[in-house]
Ligand binder design. Structure first.
Ligand code: ZN
Length: 81
């Protein structure tokens, strides 16, 4: 992998910091990377590709996101009353 900011090869996978990043990771084939030379941190297409994400797992994840979104809207509706 090459850093998009400084073109350094000193770039490594970074741990996700939040639930949102964890969720996004599960929805995407992109992974968080960090450059040790310029401290860049961001999302890049995983070098392992899409083959390790099964379509079934992807559907389950989307359903979970919809449920969470509906729950959030429901909670907001109660809060606004
Ligand atoms: Zn860099």
């Amino acid at each position: 992998m090459i850093c998009p900011k400084c073109s350094s090869e000193n770039i490594h996978r970074s741990r996700h910091r939040s639930r949102w990043e964890s969720l996004r990771k599960s929805l995407s084939t992109k992974r968080i990377y960090r450059c040790h030379d310029c401290s860049w941190r961001g999302w890049l297409e995983s070098s392992s590709g899409k083959k390790n994400v099964s379509p079934q797992h992807r559907v389950i994840t989307y359903v979970m996101v919809i449920i969470i979104a509906l729950f959030a809207v429901w909670m907001l509706t109660i809060y606004l009353q």
